[in-house]
Design a protein around this ligand. Structure first.
Ligand code: TEU
Ligand code: CA
Length: 558
């Protein structure tokens, strides 16, 4: 496998709206991010992915972009962005932006012009069809945020346009070479500004199954999940290859795809040596227990399910390329509230989950606050939710017959807003995030759970993450942890998640994924203890006696 400049780095996702507010308006901003660059360096991250900061009406929190060449005034100015890129670079950090090109905002100039003249050139930038009241829609696909994928074109009662997400996010027509050229031009404009690369949003959706057609309904709304069409669609690889050749490859830029529903045989095309993306997220753990019929029918994953999914993903990719490994992002509940049993909030368990994920082969991505062990917010009321997805799922649950209380409980477990509550810097009012009123309520646990309480405190979750990052960067073990193969160890032993990373050296990662002690046979004699989430480790010649939630990282004889 070819070596790449980013392989040995740790990446970190910032959700700008909730990271640090510099001017007291309750909304995080770029000057806030700049003020925390030294913090990010101290943590050890070297790639920072910023969720969208472009001008946006915020129907989907910036994932509805009305100008690809600007910065939303809520977040700052283009000068702030340039300063951020430059100051980050001085600290050895590459800035990666979000590339949202499956759709734009209905307030983007392209869409406005398409509405003015649907038969003109900008009409071809979207999927616009003729339609009359009473006729069936071109297809019965359900948009990700609920309801049909079709909406009346403003000003044209006899025309409709396609949107895979919110109706304020019209899909761009990638079949049109003019549109594709506009996108590539914009990507290169940003790369010329010194950007390290992009995280590429919802990208598998850019190829539509054409002509549009129906699938059997999967709920009583007569619609069918849009993912169903993705399974039948061919040809997305052609667009993405072209995009890479025209943009990322010219700059040796980093690119990580938000790829769902990929076909195994396509993995080399996607993330192989000459793949069109540097990396792609591993969502196999995230998908565990999710029921497409609604969050209220979903179940939380068990330790065994988590382990098997992670091992399967590692085996599937093996040495084809690098997955990007996460326990959470801005679309998911907090990993520690999702993958650990309900109510389990010990630091040991949080470190176990984080360490098991971080040390897998691939590129580790942390999501802001993960390094503190931030948790789902509890006690949500309906009115406190901002996220469109959550509000839709609440309706879905009500329609399925749940009481309002049951529906609220169900969506509280899965809401994307759990990850979007402000970063907990300290115990002051506003959590050090803002001097004003935060745009989304804080998690009330910020008084105890915050950076100030953990920084420099031996044994804190934060210091544990710093050690993980340092170990992966170390001269002695870096090579093994970055490039070594992953070999599951005793995969059948219940609630034990253990694996070897085998490279120059052999490192054993052994996690007791339960609240009871558990013994584990060693694959080879112990050489050295590298990391431990508890104070002591009980081992004899052949066995590790793991305490509840214990994670031990040890070098063994190779
Ligand atoms: O998410 C794409 C995506 O596939 C979502 O349906 C995701 O599965 C869902 O949010 C989970 O609840 C990306 C962004 O990450 C997300 O924030 C945006 O809302 C979406 O694209 C539209 O741009
Ligand atoms: Ca602000």
């Amino acid at each position: 496998m070819q070596r790449k400049w980013w392989h040995g780095k740790t990446a970190y996702q910032i959700y700008p709206k909730s990271f640090c507010d510099s001017n007291g308006d309750g909304i995080g901003d770029l000057r806030g991010v700049i003020s925390k660059l030294d913090y990010l360096r101290e943590l050890g991250v070297e790639i920072v992915w910023l969720s969208p900061v472009y001008p946006s009406p915020m129907a989907d929190q910036g994932y509805d972009i009305s100008d690809y060449y600007g910065i939303d005034p809520r977040f700052g100015t283009m000068d702030d962005m340039d300063e951020l890129i430059a100051k980050a670079r001085e600290r050895g950090i590459s800035i990666v932006m979000d590339l949202v090109v499956n759709h734009c905002s209905d307030e983007h100039e392209w869409f406005r012009r398409a509405c003015e003249d649907p038969d003109g050139p900008y009409g071809q930038f979207f999927y616009i069809r003729d339609w009359h009241e009473g006729e069936p829609l071109p297809c019965n696909w359900r948009s990700y945020f609920g309801g049909p994928c079709w909406e009346t074109l403003p000003g044209h009662p006899d025309k409709i346009y396609f949107h895979a997400f919110h109706k304020k996010q019209p899909d761009l027509n990638w079949e049109n070479p003019k549109l594709r050229r506009e996108i590539y031009k914009m990507i290169n404009w940003w790369l010329d500004r010194g950007l390290g690369g992009f995280r590429i949003d919802a990208i598998i959706n850019i190829k539509k199954l054409l002509p549009f057609r129906d699938f059997p309904a999967d709920r009583d709304d007569g619609l069918c999940a849009i993912q169903r069409m993705l399974a039948e669609t061919e040809g997305v690889n052609v667009f993405l290859r072209e995009m890479a050749d025209e943009t990322f490859c010219l700059y040796d830029a980093f690119s990580v795809g938000e790829v769902f529903n990929e076909k195994t045989e396509d993995l080399p095309l996607i993330i192989g040596d000459d793949g069109y993306f540097s990396s792609m997220f591993d969502f196999s753990e995230h998908l565990l227990g999710l029921d497409r019929r609604g969050w209220h029918l979903s179940h939380l994953p068990t330790a065994e399910e988590y382990k098997q999914a992670a091992f399967a993903a590692q085996a599937r990719v093996a040495d084809i390329g690098f997955l990007s490994n996460i326990i959470e992002n801005h679309d998911e509940p907090r990993g520690v509230s999702h993958y650990l049993p309900q109510g389990e909030r010990s630091d040991a368990a949080k470190k176990l989950l984080g360490g098991l994920n971080f040390l897998l082969r691939g590129l580790p991505f942390l999501y802001q606050g993960q390094e503190l062990g931030m948790e789902n917010r509890t006690g949500w009321t309906l009115g406190e939710f901002d996220d469109v997805n959550t509000l839709d799922q609440y309706e879905v649950a009500l329609r399925a017959g749940l009481t309002p209380e049951q529906a609220l409980r169900a969506v509280s477990l899965y809401s994307r807003d759990n990850a979007r509550t402000p970063f907990q810097w300290d115990a002051s009012p506003g959590a050090g995030f803002t001097t004003g009123t935060p745009w989304l309520p804080l998690n009330p646990n910020y008084r105890e759970l915050n950076l100030a309480a953990q920084r420099g405190r031996e044994g804190s979750v934060y210091e544990f993450y710093r050690s993980l990052i340092a170990l992966r960067k170390s001269g002695e073990y870096g090579e093994t942890l970055v490039y070594g193969e992953t070999v599951p160890w005793l995969a059948e032993q219940r609630n034990l998640m253990a694996y070897l990373r085998r490279g120059e050296r052999t490192v054993l990662v052994a996690g007791n994924f339960q609240g009871e002690p558990q013994d584990m046979r060693l694959p080879a004699p112990l050489r050295k203890l590298l990391l431990n989430n508890l104070e002591t480790l009980d081992a004899d010649g052949e066995t590790l006696h793991l305490a509840p939630w214990q994670l031990a990282v040890v070098e063994v004889e190779g």
